[in-house]
Design a protein around this ligand. Structure first.
Ligand code: ZN
Length: 298
């Protein structure tokens, strides 16, 4: 009996993608924490479905076509209407590598203009190849370019819903979009709470990112719906600011004292943020990246 129960629990932990209703017409699939692995199947990020009078609008695809198909089938259980648009908050693998099933479904893919360039200049394929070798879960990923590109703000009218798409880049990457649906703000990885944000993208600008966070703080909203973690309030913006500011100020101070990168890394191993999720995975890379970024800012 005990064995059967634990088997059942194990099965549902692996296969069950449970959707949570986070607003009257918004549903989320909440990924776990970690880097993609065979064990977590790459389910390490969130996806959202917004139900409109005409069909679904999806925000972020999840990491793989398999996960995206599961998410789609859960959405269809709630209401069996087509997905009209799928919007990627940015170009990281856990946010758009699951694009294929949406394209098969006939959805229009909406992303930042720089994601299209990233696709067209071959960078996306290179990143995919690297990810396939490194993580072992991206074997069936097939990438597509966006059908609709955003470089200035735009509004999508879908049924009675107005979906506002606001580029806020460069920041976490050079492809960041914020999506506003009523009182809800989808912020991708621009904001996180007690989970270390990744500051190591090749197009990151932590300086501009802090300005984006100031901008976000001035927008009125009921909840932030993030790329990772549960719905949050303004405390998440403040927390993200605190971490980025801390890394920037500490790296700058140690650099000014004449320390080399390895010494800076050693000095910043242990910080007040060490109990946050993804600290092991991201923090040292962040220190390294910010060290180089500060060189460029001079
Ligand atoms: Zn990201």
């Amino acid at each position: 009996m005990g064995l059967l129960l634990s088997l059942l629990l194990a099965v549902s932990a692996v296969f069950g993608m449970e959707l949570k209703r986070v607003a009257p017409n918004i549903y989320m699939a909440e990924g776990g924490y970690g880097l993609p692995s065979k064990e977590n199947r790459g389910f390490i990020s969130n996806a959202y479905g917004v139900l409109t009078g005409e069909g679904w609008v999806v925000i972020d695809t999840l990491s793989t076509p398999e996960l995206a198909r599961e998410f789609l089938s859960e959405l269809k259980k709630i209401k069996d209407v087509p997905v009209l648009y799928v919007i990627a908050t940015h170009y990281h693998m856990d946010h758009w590598f699951g694009i294929a099933p949406y394209k098969e479904e006939g959805a229009k893919f909406v992303a930042h203009a720089n994601l299209k360039e990233f696709y067209e200049d071959g960078s996306a394929d290179m990143v995919l190849e690297g990810a396939q070798k490194a993580f072992g879960v991206f074997g069936s990923v097939k990438l597509f370019p966006p059908d609709i590109v955003v470089d200035k703000g735009m509004k999508l009218k879908v049924g009675a819903e107005v979906i506002e798409i606001i580029p806020m880049t460069p920041a976490h990457t050079n492809t960041d979009l914020v999506i506003r649906v009523g009182d809800y703000l989808f912020v991708g990885d621009l904001v996180s709470y007690k989970r270390i944000p990744f500051l190591g993208d090749r197009n990151v600008s932590t300086k501009a990112w802090l300005e984006v966070l100031d901008r976000l703080e001035k927008i009125r909203f009921k909840k932030l719906l993030m790329g990772h973690g549960k719905p949050a309030g303004k405390e998440a913006i403040r927390w993200t600011k605190e971490y980025i500011t801390f890394v920037r100020e500490e790296v700058r101070r140690l650099k000014d004292e004449g320390l080399f990168i390895d010494e800076v890394k050693e000095a910043l191993k242990d910080t007040p943020f060490k109990d946050s999720k993804m600290y092991e995975e991201f923090h040292m890379r962040n220190v390294y990246s910010v060290f180089n970024e500060l060189d460029m800012e001079l």
